[in-house]
Design a protein around this ligand. Structure first.
Ligand code: HEC
Length: 286
């Protein structure tokens, strides 16, 4: 008696599973799951923006002239909103500025460095010195939010390392603003960019609080004769941000290769030593 009941119960369960599987399949065919709008844009609506940097690849090194141009873009455009608190003015000597140039850059920086009075603790500001870090554009996060539609512009010291494909991503983001494509709105009518935000196909959630920072050719004027087109400025500033995040990249590549060649030679030497040390023992056993 127990056996038939068991079989019946089993059949019941199998029927229930098959039934739900069938209806699941019907529902899948009738209304297939929609790709999210973000995915749709990533797969269909991101124009290709492939650029190459001098520091790409295992042999890459920084191009100081490009870094200096990028610094100029940071200074004249991005630094109004983005801090770079881990970088000191004197670090700029690494990208080819001379000591007096660095001093002048620090002294002329638009925002002065806050210093507490050693006796009273009262904070006043003074002109920056080469040893100071870049001063913050906003006194605190509340001020940063208030000025930027409730979003805090992230510190840029390490941003190139904090994002996938760092400088390539920054370049695409800066040059990636557009109106919302009609195709997207037709497919996803409720993903309209909210007021105060800006549509950008490269930003993970498609809308960000930063207005396009580089809008016109010639927004900065380069002293080395390079034409300051928007893509050029975007590429230069992306390279500069990469340097800020990884100043020792060129050195790391150089040392890496030296170590590689050394290890290769060392392997050869060790092998030869091994052969000569064991030479007579090997003969004996034969
Ligand atoms: C008017 C202020 C302003 C200026 C000028 C500005 N930004 Fe921004 N930026 C913002 C704000 C605000 C955010 C945060 C956006 C958000 O989270 O929605 C942001 C975010 C970013 C991000 C991070 C995006 C991410 O993946 O989270 C990068 C990179 C960036 N800005 C680069 C730049 C560069 C390069 C420049 C100069 C060419 C620049 N910004 C100039 C306000 C500014």
């Amino acid at each position: 008696m127990v056996r038939p009941i068991g079989i019946l119960a089993g059949l019941g369960i199998v029927t229930a599973v098959l039934w739900s599987l069938l209806w699941g399949a019907v529902a899948y065919i009738q209304s297939p799951p929609m790709m999210s709008a973000e995915h749709y844009v990533q797969h269909n609506l991101q124009p290709k923006k492939d650029i190459s940097f001098s520091f790409d690849g295992p042999f890459g090194t920084y191009d100081n002239r490009q870094l200096q141009r990028g610094f100029q873009v940071y200074k004249e455009v991005c630094s109004a909103c983005h801090s770079m608190k881990l970088v000191a003015f004197r670090d700029l000597e690494q990208i080819g500025f001379s000591k007096p140039e660095v001093k002048a850059i620090a002294k002329g920086w638009a925002i002065e460095t806050p210093t507490p009075n050693p006796d009273t603790g009262e904070v006043s500001t003074r002109k920056s010195l080469a040893s100071d870090h870049f001063p913050l554009p906003f006194a605190n996060d509340i001020a940063a939010r208030a000025a930027n539609n409730n979003a805090i512009p992230p510190d840029q010291s390490l941003i190139a390392k904090a994002r996938d494909e760092g400088p390539h991503y920054i370049y695409r983001l800066i040059t990636g603003y557009s109106a919302q494509p009609a195709e997207l709105l037709k497919k996803y009518p409720d993903v309209k960019t909210p007021p105060g935000l800006h549509y950008n196909a490269y930003f993970p959630n498609l809308n960000l609080a930063m207005a396009p920072p580089l809008t016109a050719d010639g927004q900065v004027s380069y002293s080395d004769g390079t034409k300051a087109t928007v893509p050029q400025m975007a590429q230069d500033v992306s390279a500069f941000l990469m340097w800020a995040a990884e100043p020792k990249l060129s050195n790391r590549h150089r040392v890496g290769w030296a170590a590689f060649v050394f290890l290769l030679l060392f392997t050869g030497l060790t092998y030869m030593a091994y052969q000569s040390i064991w030479a007579d023992k090997k003969h004996k056993s034969e």
